[in-house]
Design a protein around this ligand. Structure first.
Ligand code: BGC
Length: 765
């Protein structure tokens, strides 16, 4: 037998040769070999050992290392999350090998959402690239670094469609659009899992949060979701399905209820749809503490009942609660949970461990001890160049009056704002195992890029917020924001003095990262008042004002939009964010990002999303009519539409040409436009194709993104962009829940955002 084992395992094998002989080795990574291996293993396992496999726990006050050692010895734990260094992971896997009866390896998981050691832009920023190849770079490096730290699984990608920016977790997903999110989610799964999650530098993904968590009522965290089956399957389900079709080995189940049934207690979601209809064979993992929460949801009467409901509904692994281990033995004894149900759940867990290659080598992602990095946090372990290049592509230029940008690398530049020099905020939420001190702020980036040729002066100007309740909220678990104790007016005066002495003002404003996170829902989505006061004072100086926005959700920016000469949306751009932002500010990189979410004018307009239905009385701004679908007290439509983003050059798009006026089933037609760079510098832009089913058996959205392509053009150059369209692009779930393309007229729209488009039409026969 050829051993692929590290020194740690080899030592353990000496102790248990008989067991090891038929256990670890080169098992072919095929479903057939896996099923035979796992069936055999299940036969050797006690009920308690099977239950142990279903437990996913984290080291912490509830489970100190000594307690975990004890659990490992007794076979009471299947996987660990939140342990992220090779030495720590190795210590636990060593305990499995030396202490446990069956030596079933643990797997190790972590939230690697947009980076592990190197932090990339938050997912909204990744989506803004409108470039799946760029997202693959972020995914591949994140997986590489995670696997290099010994991890086997990531709780990503998060593909919840979210159309309510009050929800803080908008930051974690790829935005409002079903197609864009599906493409980006797939890119993440494929790039993170690589050819196989068993590869040395790949990790298994866990797509989340199944299902429709992004539609929580009122954008309030953990709230109820209630929606029609048509909306669920047309808009919210496709991204999960796309991630599974791409091979994601795991699914994390949402904390929300869906149409009255909590997702973790929903056999229709977890069995009928996921397993039977979609053919999923990996594991389902409950979200943090979700099983206990079934009692609060009102679908389980006590902890034991919660366990019964969750397991029989199809939750394989329980994250972070002790209920499975406490109550499953009794439930099996009483027959309330059958042995077959327990076996089924344990089998799924063992299957994914097999797929991760852990039965070939439990140290798969650890390598030999001697290869451990001397310093886990070493600078040399980062991928700065890639982080900078991905971050540059994620930036969205929203406004650029009179060519305020790019800035010149001379004169005096005042860099102002509470976020201008904040390393913590630049990393965004769920920043993996990134190190704050390794992150480049906007101020540092401007200094790096401008060099000695420009004078840079800095003033904080304001605290993120002056609201004590908000500051306390943000600093609850960590000293996340530094509060300057000077009076607000003193800080503003200092900033105004800096602005007066400068040629241009760059104000870095928006949200602290903790404002756009799990459990960070907001009732207002504006820039906090302290910063708005600062912007107003800066505006009054009359100096050109560039607002660099840092935020994890669409903000309402009507006033700031009118105050700013230039607006650059940077989300939370990660480790190299400051350098990337400076590259764009100084024109070393021409921005090409596009918004993956519509920016509403106010909270009152929410939801604002481009792919809405037309209604019977659509509002037409050119012929306003009282009895139309509108708000009368504010301009209608978004401040910035989905897909929008400027460049330092200009582009034109020709009329749309169709290869045929009709589309036959089974065939395809091509829609094309010629895009030209009409400005004076090279640039890139995402060309977007939208479709509309004009008349169908039910109302269909006014537009649906169905394809996009990023093109890079030299000044004066043109390129013809061709998009094939076939019947599949026209299919939807109709009122009878039949998935089909209906014959009739379709509009094709092509443009550089969702609002300004060229149009053509064809008929499906
Ligand atoms: C979040 C998940 C996350 C998990 C583990 C939960 O609170 O909802 O998205 O993966 O914690 O960190």
């Amino acid at each position: 037998m050829k051993w692929l084992l590290s020194a740690g395992v080899a030592a353990a094998l000496v102790l248990q040769p008989a067991l090891a002989e038929d256990f670890f080795g080169e098992h072919p990574l095929t479903p057939r070999a896996r099923d035979a291996f796992v069936s055999d293993l299940l036969k050797k396992m006690t009920v308690d050992e099977k239950i142990g496999q279903l437990r996913l726990i984290t080291v912490g006050p509830d489970n100190p290392k000594e307690a975990i050692r004890d659990m490992i010895e007794k076979g009471q734990v299947g996987a660990i999350f939140n342990t992220v260094t090779r030495p720590d992971i190795r210590a636990m896997q060593d305990q499995v090998m030396s202490l446990s009866r069956l030596k079933i390896p643990l797997f190790f998981a972590f939230d690697v959402i947009h980076g592990q050691r190197t932090v990339f832009p938050i997912s909204l920023g990744l989506a803004s690239t409108f470039n799946p190849e760029t997202v693959r770079v972020a995914g591949r490096i994140s997986a590489y670094e995670a696997a290099d730290d010994g991890l086997n699984m990531t709780w990503a990608p998060m593909v919840d469609i979210s159309r309510d920016p009050r929800w803080g977790r908008v930051s974690e997903g790829f935005g409002e659009d079903t197609y864009l999110t599906s493409i980006m989610g797939r890119a993440m799964v494929e790039s993170m899992q690589g050819k196989s999650p068993a590869d040395r530098y790949s990790v298994m993904t866990s797509v989340k949060h199944y299902a429709a968590y992004g539609a929580v009522e009122g954008g309030k965290e953990y709230n109820t979701v209630d929606m029609s089956p048509q909306r669920l399957f047309n808009d919210y389900m496709p991204p999960y399905k796309a991630a599974l079709d791409a091979g994601s080995g795991a699914v994390m189940v949402g904390l929300n209820s869906l149409n009255g049934t909590p997702a973790s207690a929903n056999p229709w979601l977890l069995k009928d749809i996921l397993r039977k209809r979609w053919g999923f064979t990996g594991i389902t993992v409950s979200d943090h503490g979700a099983i206990k929460e079934l009692i609060n949801h009102g679908v389980a009467k006590d902890p034991k009942d919660a366990v019964r409901v969750a397991l029989t509904s199809g939750i394989n692994m329980s994250m972070s609660d002790e209920y499975y281990s406490k109550y499953l033995p009794g439930l099996i004894k009483s027959g309330d949970v059958s042995m077959a149900e327990l076996d089924d759940a344990a089998r799924h867990v063992l299957n994914v461990k097999y797929d991760m290659g852990l039965f070939n080598d439990p140290y798969r992602h650890l390598g030999p001890k001697q290869s451990d990095p001397e310093n886990t946090f070493a600078e040399s372990r980062l991928h700065r160049e890639e982080a900078r290049s991905v971050a540059r592509e994620s930036l969205v230029l929203l406004k650029n009056r009179l060519h305020t940008l790019p800035l010149k690398k001379n004169g005096t530049i005042a860099v102002i704002g509470p976020l201008a020099d904040s390393q913590r905020d630049m990393m965004g939420s769920w920043s993996g195992a990134g190190v704050i001190a390794q992150t480049v702020t906007v101020l540092q980036g401007i200094r790096n890029v401008a060099g000695d040729s420009a004078k840079i002066i800095y003033a904080k100007g304001a605290n993120v917020s002056n609201h004590k309740g908000i500051v306390d909220f943000l600093n609850l678990y960590e000293k996340a924001i530094q509060v300057d104790s000077r009076p607000a007016q003193t800080m503003i005066d200092e900033a105004v003095a800096a602005a007066r002495g400068a040629d241009v003002v760059v104000a870095v404003v928006g949200e602290a990262q903790g404002m756009a996170h799990e459990a960070s829902s907001r009732t207002s989505i504006g820039i906090p008042q302290s910063q708005r006061d600062l912007i107003k004072a800066l505006k009054a100086t009359g100096k050109p004002l560039v607002l660099v926005l840092m935020n994890g959700r669409p903000l309402s920016l009507v006033e700031e939009n009118s105050q700013a000469d230039a607006l650059l949306e940077t989300w939370f751009a990660g480790t190299e964010g400051g350098n990337a932002i400076a590259d764009v500010l100084f024109g070393d990189y021409n921005p090409s990002g596009k918004l993956p979410v519509s920016f509403p004018r106010s909270v009152g307009q929410i939801p604002v999303y481009y792919s809405h239905l037309n209604t019977g009385r659509p509002y037409n701004p050119e012929h306003p009519n009282k009895y139309t679908s509108r708000y009368f007290d504010e301009a209608n439509g978004p401040l910035y539409p989905f897909g929008y983003g400027l460049s330092y050059t200009t582009f034109s798009v020709s009329d749309v040409t169709l290869s045929a006026p009709t589309l036959r089933r089974g065939a395809s037609l091509t829609a094309s436009v010629t895009v030209s760079n009409t400005g004076d510098r090279p640039g890139a832009t995402a060309v977007q194709l939208y479709l509309q089913d004009v008349t169908a058996s039910m109302s269909r959205p006014v537009k649906m993104l169905r394809a996009f392509k990023k093109v890079t053009l030299a000044p004066g150059a043109s390129q013809t962009v061709r998009f094939p369209i076939d019947e599949n692009a026209l299919k939807f779930w109709n009122a009878q829940m039949k998935y089909a393309a209906e014959p009739g007229a379709f509009n094709v729209f092509i443009g550089l955002d969702s609002a300004r488009v060229k149009q053509a039409s064809f008929t499906l026969q």
